[in-house]
Structure formats: structure tokens, C-alpha cells
Write a protein that binds this ligand. Structure first.
Ligand SMILES: [Zn+2]
Length: 183
């Protein structure tokens, strides 16, 4: 148990360092990204995110597989259309929170870049709660700086009818629900 605890703390530290490094890299080297971030406030996404049915099914299947723990992953694509999903190991292995494995996150980032995709949404499951961001989810979004991305929540409160909802977490900490198109 002791070594596992240490491992988790190490993962958290790496994750925070990594997201900070990634954010700084984006800010320094990709000015168009900064522009998009700034524009996001008040004029968030002109087009609805298009998520293929298979990706909705994939997020739901992943959620059910990890139940009762939360699962997490990434939706990537371009032009507001999801072209790939990545299952990422939840290193917190908890029913109440998630931490994406930093190496798998990096691998997904590299793969997306290779294919000309960008990260469009992070997804995770709520196994016993509604598909709505928790205070922890909001805090993590603000601390990591990932605000130019959507957060997809899968609720397993009713396992027969898992619910998927999409949110934008604002710099102010406000939560704005986003519609999306299932294609
Ligand atoms: Zn959550």
C-alpha cells in the first residue's frame, strides 16, 4: 500500500508538471492557440462538436468496463469532428476522481499530432453521480489550465441508459453545458 501511495503522488506531480510544461509550450510556440483561447471566452465554438455514435458507444463501454472506478480518456479530431478516442489509465483508480496516466497522455498527444488532430475533449465517468462536473473536476481544469477543451461526462447512475453530456469550464469556474451532434 505504501509504495502504491507514493506512486500515486509521483503520478500527480508528473501530471501537474507535464500539463504546466505543455501549457507553456503552447503559449510560447503556438500563438494561434492563444488566440483561440482568448476568443473562446464569450464566443465559444461556432459549430457544435460532432461525435460519431461509435465514440459515444466507446466512452460508455469504457465507463462500464472500469465501473465502479471512474474511467478517463481523450477525444481527438479536427474541424470540431471527433476522429479518434484514446482510453487513458486512471492512475487514481478511484470511484471519485481520475488522474490521466502522463505517459499515455503523451502518447495520445503524439499520435494526434502525427494524424493532424487536436484534442477536442477529455472524457471521464461518474459511476454514481450525474453527468455534471464536480467541484474537483472544475478545480482540476483550472489548475491544469485546460480550459480550451470540452469536458465530456458519462454518468452510470442508470446503467441501462448511460448519459453523456458535454461541458465547457470557464476561467471563472463557471460551468457551461454545450450541445453536441451525434453522427
Ligand atoms: Zn468528475
Amino acid at each position: 500500500m505504501a509504495s502504491r501511495g507514493l506512486g500515486n503522488r509521483r503520478s500527480i506531480r508528473i501530471w501537474i508538471q507535464f500539463t504546466v510544461a505543455l501549457k507553456e509550450n503552447i503559449l510560447e510556440n503556438r500563438p494561434e492557440y492563444v488566440y483561440k483561447r482568448r476568443c473562446a471566452v464569450g464566443a465559444w465554438r461556432k459549430n457544435l462538436l460532432r461525435i460519431g455514435n461509435r465514440y459515444v458507444a466507446e466512452m460508455t463501454a469504457h465507463s462500464l468496463k472500469e465501473d465502479p472506478d471512474e474511467c478517463c480518456g481523450i477525444l481527438a479530431g479536427k474541424d470540431e469532428t471527433v476522429s479518434q478516442s484514446y482510453r487513458i489509465t486512471n492512475t487514481a483508480a478511484s470511484p471519485y476522481r481520475y488522474l490521466m496516466d502522463p505517459q499515455e497522455f503523451l502518447n495520445a498527444d503524439r499520435d494526434s499530432e502525427t494524424n493532424g488532430w487536436e484534442f477536442l475533449a477529455f472524457y471521464h465517468s461518474h459511476t454514481h453521480r450525474a453527468a455534471y462536473p464536480s467541484q474537483t473536476d472544475v478545480r482540476m481544469a483550472l489548475e491544469s489550465g485546460w480550459l480550451d477543451i470540452l469536458y465530456a461526462l458519462v454518468s452510470l447512475q442508470d446503467k441501462e441508459n448511460p448519459q453523456v453530456r458535454l461541458f465547457h469550464i470557464m476561467e471563472s469556474g463557471d460551468i457551461v453545458e454545450e450541445d453536441f451532434e451525434v453522427t
